[in-house]
Design a protein around this ligand. Structure first.
Ligand code: NAP
Length: 546
């Protein structure tokens, strides 16, 4: 049976397409999307840049890379058999364990035969005559497909800093995202790390264990809180396994799909003593509780936010011996939780080591990278290795790196110049048959939890189309306008939308990404799902299906 006879139904031109669906990316979302489309009997293929599965967990193999969400909340829930057979070794799995898990999933469901590795998609164009997409790889290979499904993640387009002389450095240098598969030794080496986001916080803590000398170049400190990782023993794993239904249900009820739900109380409703005791308890507990399970107003009420920020600042002062360094590590331009909170395992204590130095580049800016190291405004540092933990062109960046063309050649990059416009974070007007899993304006948070809902929704839509012989799916202008307005409204009053970070689309290393935009849905997952479910219940309202 050809692709045109399966998904294409009664398309006018009845083209013979290579595939019913091309999925870009073999990460958490792409793997699950392939599994679901196979169930529908579609001819689907994943095109993946890397040489293995895992997406984020394939690329980011820098030292210290691990979950900040509890491993057992990060697992797929769609297969009881998978839940039964997989044992998590750590409460917050490291990169190697997660990569093993995703490989296990790919093998168990025999997904590899439909995954094409070493295949970077460079361009994709929609053709109205055939109601299909033409997908071109960087190496020139091309494929035609009815549906184009992007499963490219939100943090996949790594960015180097715009610092002169990067190419001139004669030592080893790495961006954390492109960390080599071979072991890298830091012993007796003079190592520089540029950046202090969640990635750097993990990497710095790990590298500090064996490094000769470490110098951290910090532009903006972040509010970090303890991870409290631990091994999961057999008994604990048995208990976790028995409570998977409750665990997943709890995640689905929380705004971020995390196991931690906001406390119903407001910060000022309790006495200072009670507040302090609550925060001490959260600080001593594993995971994102201090951020996601805190008083419900810490991210909306400036007074509340100032109090929790003061609590965390006191913790930093207690943990860092040198008061001058402690002050440098305390954020002054944003409150706790208004940027993604990095979870740490001894990060602050690293700065008590005699072989670790913190350079505040607001005081002494980096002037350039030189062959022997880094020149700042006041000195030249010599290094054997420079590590760029400088983040990503987030959310829309990976889309921008593919030349995506819709009706009449309209460019997606141009369309989203002033910020993304989508319908439910899945569809875009003028880009028929392109479906995004975890696209801009979807709800972020605990990724696999959100992915499973998104993929199921996309799969439901494709099933609906197939069953009715529909070969063209497009969001209406009204649908896109309504959703985009709703996404903007849902972000009003939230303190994190007033702060520059990847979550608000700011990346000073990327042209045109200097101003804040509403990039994601912040109304919470339960509300997001309600909206998407209602669209289905009303016969795919605001979608043109022909
Ligand atoms: P990031 O949070 O965007 O941090 C990038 C860092 O590089 C920032 O400190 C930034 O400073 C700095 N930087 C960028 N350009 C610079 C320049 N030209 N000069 C000096 N410093 C520069 O990126 P990330 O740390 O890779 O983390 C991104 C996201 O990935 C996280 O927020 C998280 O969602 C995810 N992540 C998750 C995990 C996990 O689950 N465990 C681990 C790591 C990352 P400014 O702040 O001043 O721009």
């Amino acid at each position: 049976m050809s692709a045109s006879q399966t998904a294409a139904g009664c398309a006018k031109a009845a083209p013979v397409l290579d595939f019913d669906a091309v999925i870009i990316g073999a990460g958490v979302s792409g793997l699950y999307q392939l599994y679901r489309l196979r169930e529908l009997g579609l001819r689907a293929r994943i095109l993946e840049t890397g040489s293995g599965v895992g997406g984020t967990w394939y690329w980011n193999r820098y030292p210290g890379a691990r979950f900040d969400s509890e491993s057992y909340t990060y697992a797929y829930s769609f297969s009881q058999e998978l839940l039964e057979e997989w044992n998590w070794a750590e409460r917050f799995a490291g990169q190697a364990e997660t990569e093993r898990y995703l490989n296990h999933v790919a093998d168990k469901f025999d997904l590899r035969r439909d995954i094409q590795f070493n295949s970077r998609v460079a361009a994709a164009s929609y053709y109205e005559e055939t109601r299909s997409w033409d997908v071109a790889l960087e190496d020139g290979r091309r494929y035609s497909t009815r549906f184009l499904i992007t499963a490219i993640g939100v943090l996949s387009a790594a960015t180097m800093p715009r610092i002169a002389g990067v190419e001139s450095f004669r030592g080893q240098s790495f961006h954390t995202h492109y960390w080599p598969k071979e072991p890298v030794s830091f012993e007796s080496k003079r190592v520089a790390v540029i950046g202090t986001g969640a990635t750097a916080v993990q990497a710095i803590t790990e590298i500090a264990k064996t490094v000769g000398q470490l110098t951290v170049f910090q532009r903006t400190p972040n509010w970090c809180a303890p991870l409290h990782n631990a091994k999961i023993g057999e008994d604990e794993m048995r208990r976790i396994r028995a409570s998977y239904p409750e665990i997943f249900a709890r995640c689905n009820e929380s705004p971020g799909c995390f196991i931690h739900k906001p406390d119903r109380r407001r910060t000022h409703e309790v006495s200072p003593e009670e507040r302090e005791a609550f925060w001490e308890k959260l600080y001593a507990e594993p995971g994102f509780g201090i951020w996601q399970g805190n008083f419900r107003d810490i991210l909306t009420d400036r007074g509340a936010n100032a109090l929790i920020s003061d609590f965390i600042a006191r913790k930093i002062r207690q943990r860092v011996k040198d008061p001058v360094i402690a002050e440098k590590l305390i954020p002054k331009n944003h409150g706790f939780g208004t940027r993604r909170v990095p979870l740490e395992s001894g990060y602050y204590e690293v700065y008590n080591q005699p072989n670790v130095k913190l350079v505040d580049i607001n005081e002494t800016p980096i002037e350039r990278i030189i062959p022997t190291g880094i020149r700042t405004s006041d000195t030249e540092y010599e290094f054997d290795m420079i590590i760029y933990a400088t983040g990503f062109d987030a959310i829309t960046g990976t889309f921008d790196r593919i030349d995506i063309r819709g009706i009449d050649g309209v460019s997606l990059k141009d369309r989203w110049k002033d910020g993304p416009q989508t319908y439910l974070g899945v569809l875009i007007e003028d880009f028929p048959n392109m479906l995004m899993v975890m696209g801009p304006h979807a709800a972020l948070g605990n990724f696999p939890r959100a992915v499973e809902y998104n993929v199921d929704w996309v799969t439901g839509l494709i099933r609906h189309a197939r069953d009715r012989g529909v070969t063209r799916i497009e969001a209406t202008a009204a649908g896109v306008a309504q959703w985009t307005d709703h996404v903007k409204a849902s972000g009003e009053g939230l303190l994190f939308n007033e702060i520059d970070s990847w979550m608000t689309g700011v990346n000073r290393n990327v042209e045109g990404k200097q101003t804040r935009k509403i990039m994601r849905y912040s109304g919470g997952h339960p509300t997001f799902r309600e909206h998407c479910d209602a669209v289905v219940a009303e016969g795919y309202r605001e979608l043109a299906l022909v």
